[in-house]
Write a protein that binds this ligand. Sequence first.
Ligand code: PLP
Length: 411
Amino acid sequence: MTAARGGGEPVAGAYPVNVDRSALMHTYPEPPVTFVRGEGTILWDTDGRRYLDFLSGLAVTSLGHAHPVVAEALDRQARTLLHVSNLFGNVVAPQVAATIDRLIGGGAERAGGQVFFCNSGAEANECAFKLARKWAGPGRHVVLSAWESFHGRTLATLHATGQAAKHAPYVPLPEGFEHVDYDDLDAIDTVCDSSRVAAVIVEPIQGEAGVVMPSSDYLRGLRRLCTERGVLLIVDEVQTGLARTGRWFGFQHNGIEPDVVTMAKALGNGVPIGACWARTEVAAAFAPGDHATTFGGQPLATAAAKATLEVMEEVDAPGCAVRAGAKLRAGLEGIRGVRSVRGQGLLLGIELESAPAAAVFDASLERGLVVNPPRPDTIRMAPPLLVSDDEIEEALAIFADAMAAARQGVP
Ligand code: PLP
């Protein structure tokens, strides 16, 4: 298909409209728009309409769409070596693992951990759960997580996900997952019995729940409790990780050292890849044959991750998130109908006074701004970390207009 004009905007009418979607399982609602091309913060739909992407494919394309360095690395790797299986070595995966280990340590020095590569956030968490069980030994297999959390959709990660409505159709779920209130150290204290609990998993910010922040001492308290009880602390950085909140990882705002960290989304800037990092003493619980996945750490996905992390370091992606996040947040706080703005860096949840978030989402999309409503009263924004000041100003103007329209009940 030759719909892109010299790498620029797509030609209106060059894409099929009313695509027959009947062969796709109906796990997702009907999409309101079909996108065909992206560049930086901009997306174009099948009609050639331009949108500002302030969602980044759910916190994935943190360097923006079609980043030239990532595209070039993919092109080069695709022409060199796509896949060999984990029966053999490849030269890219170990380099990316070392970089992740260094970023977990804050960026300067290796933290002293090891990485297992997989293909998604759910798989990174599955790896963490299996590792925790293997590390803790027989009988100590329970993983504690928070109500309203989100950890994935496989059967085990679904059970770790603290949302009863999502569990209901799939019971019985794998045994060994229990939930407590988020941001409640007393609740964890009561159930965190090391004769049966292997690990606690926590999101530094609950993204899918609507960008919900815990109190500033929550993660530190969890770390203390887990250390006292001899239980692993797994931090799920699938959404918050890799610079989005203004640090390489969300836990770094709290000055703690987790035992296990999971990540995915932004790691490949759109190429599917996940990773589970663990302190070396914990990772040592896995022996060859204990865990595996065919595509994990394959050259193409890790080439994308290598390029993504190199660019992120070069541009100081955490600093970008801090600066752009402050500008976006200040602008949002001044918009009529916004009750408050939660979150950190460029992961923001905008709580609305009255207009339903679904109506604000519709009105924003109609005006060319991509956001999403994780809760009936909240809009989430997670633009690329390289978003420009002009793009932020344009998005704020569109959002203010969309809010006014939603208040008046017009599309
Ligand atoms: N953990 C968190 C915090 C997430 O936000 C998500 C996805 O939104 C997941 C895990 C699951 O990741 P994936 O959809 O890549 O399996």
